[in-house]
Design a protein around this ligand. Structure first.
Ligand code: PHE
Length: 459
């Protein structure tokens, strides 16, 4: 169905609102890559590699992306494209049409809620990146030592006013883009930000080549030491595959709802997965040469890009420019993801309340912003407010990544593989008999069992 036809169909069904669509196949793919490529790639992936001992983690992660991530991303788009509505209405309708329980709506509700919860703390970290862009640009890193770099970061975390300022700036940017709509906001912003991100990343990898530690970084990322492999590493790799592909949060369902029939979902998923992986590995090849050349610790954890890298930026020549470029890169990556995290809730409000696009975005955005305040206060004023032994920031993170994402991702793949008419799925995917057999093997067994394994273990 073309965009116009589907809009007409929506109106004929009694809804007053016209459902926006991506302006082109390429526009959709760039937006989906933009959603996938985020803090997960530039901030989290390198430190997870560092903490999990390098290449063995990377190889398991690649397998998880291919065997579990790919089928789920396809399943979420397929659901979204069939529904042409927000994740909740989409699930209600598809369940009804296929004679399944109304409870499948929980998948849409859970996903939308997960995206909303994630954005609240994602925006706080996005705010750190904005703050660090300013620090980098004003020369704060110049000549700092380990203690000073640590103090700079801890100083930020301890200062609620500063955190609030940068969280607000980041959230305002997100709201601004989303309010402009799907093709005019989300798609247009990613079309500008993603190429810029690519260029900055290439320059930084190019710089890495001049450090003399490029080879060390490459072997760290690509030569596996299998003795480092254990169940914890496998689980971390699978969990990260979910997060980095933006799965289990209604985001890909929402993005799929703006799709027409003319796109090959499998091919698009392959493009998104490959681009996401290349950028994560590229971030590794930009960061680790600097880490090794300066004798820094690759296993520094979440502080890797906020404490370890500034040390290097502070002492190498051209470090000021490199630092500015790096934090701009981080912000671009975060922003193209945060807009996708806001989308499911906005789509829901837009379609189920009298609010228009702008009103829906402002309401959803302000609610996220408010919850983000609770998240940022957990680093300082509210650090002893513990729920289930966790501060609010950690609680939001754990609740979403350990429970909501795996369950919603599992729900999506199970729904598509087991609850929809098989022949229609085969047609939707444009597969022949052999290809469809392989799809069924992955979608019915490999992916669900893989997700269940992670879920079980994270309990
Ligand atoms: N995939 C994004 C990242 O790697 C995070 C994200 C998660 C974005 C879920 C949208 C939805 O940072």
């Amino acid at each position: 169905m073309s965009g116009i036809q589907s809009a007409t169909a929506t109106m004929a069904a009694g809804a007053v609102k016209v459902h926006d669509h991506w302006s082109s196949r390429m526009g959709f793919i760039i937006a989906a890559v933009g959603s996938a490529v985020g803090l997960g790639n530039i901030w989290k992936f390198p430190y997870m590699v560092g903490q999990s001992g390098g290449a063995a983690f990377v190889l398991v992660y690649l397998a998880c992306i291919a065997l579990i991530g790919l089928p789920i991303i396809v399943a979420e788009w397929l659901i979204g494209r069939r529904g042409q509505k927000n994740p909740v209405n989409t699930m209600v309708e598809l369940a009804k049409k296929n004679g399944r329980s109304r409870n499948w709506a929980l998948l849409g509700i859970g996903g939308t809620l997960a995206a909303f919860l994630i954005l609240s703390f994602y925006s706080v970290i996005g705010g750190w990146a904005v703050s660090y862009l300013v620090e980098a640009g004003t020369g704060s890193f110049s000549g700092i030592d380990k203690d000073a770099a640590g103090a700079l970061f801890n100083g930020l975390l301890a200062d609620p006013a500063k955190l609030l300022l940068w969280h607000s700036v980041f959230m305002a940017l997100t709201i601004g883009v989303v309010a402009m709509g799907v093709s005019g906001g989300l798609e247009r912003a990613t079309k500008i930000l993603m190429p810029a991100l690519g260029v900055i990343l290439l320059i930084m990898v190019g710089y890495g080549m001049t450090t003399g530690s490029f080879g060390a970084a490459a072997s760290y990322l690509f030569t596996p030491d299998w003795s480092k492999l254990n169940s914890g590493v496998v689980l971390a790799a699978l969990g990260h595959a979910f997060f980095t592909l933006s799965l289990g949060m209604g985001v890909m369902i929402a993005y799929g709802s703006y799709l027409g029939q003319d796109i090959n979902l499998l091919r698009a998923a392959r493009t998104v997965a490959i681009s996401d992986t290349v950028i994560a590995l590229g971030a590794g090849m930009a960061i680790f040469p600097i880490v090794f050349a300066n004798g820094l610790d690759p296993a520094a954890g979440p502080g890797l890009v906020f404490v370890t890298l500034p040390l290097a930026f502070g002492k190498i020549s051209g470090g000021l420019i490199l630092g500015v470029m790096f934090f701009a890169l981080l912000i671009f990556a975060a922003l193209t993801s945060s807009i996708s995290l806001l989308e499911p809730a906005v789509e829901l409000l837009e379609e189920r309340t009298p609010l228009g696009r702008v009103g829906a975005t402002v309401v959803a955005g302000l609610a996220t912003w408010a919850l983000g305040i609770a998240a940022l206060l957990s680093f300082n004023e509210w650090s002893n407010v513990l729920i289930f032994g966790q501060n609010i920031f950690d609680l939001l993170d754990k609740l979403t990544s350990k429970f909501m994402l795996p369950l919603c991702g599992l729900g999506a793949i199970v729904f598509v593989a087991w609850c929809l008419d098989r022949e229609s799925v085969r047609k939707d995917l444009g597969l022949g008999t052999t290809g469809f057999r392989l799809w069924n093997l992955l979608a019915r067994y490999v992916a669900p069992i893989g997700v269940l394994a992670v879920f079980w273990n994270s309990l």
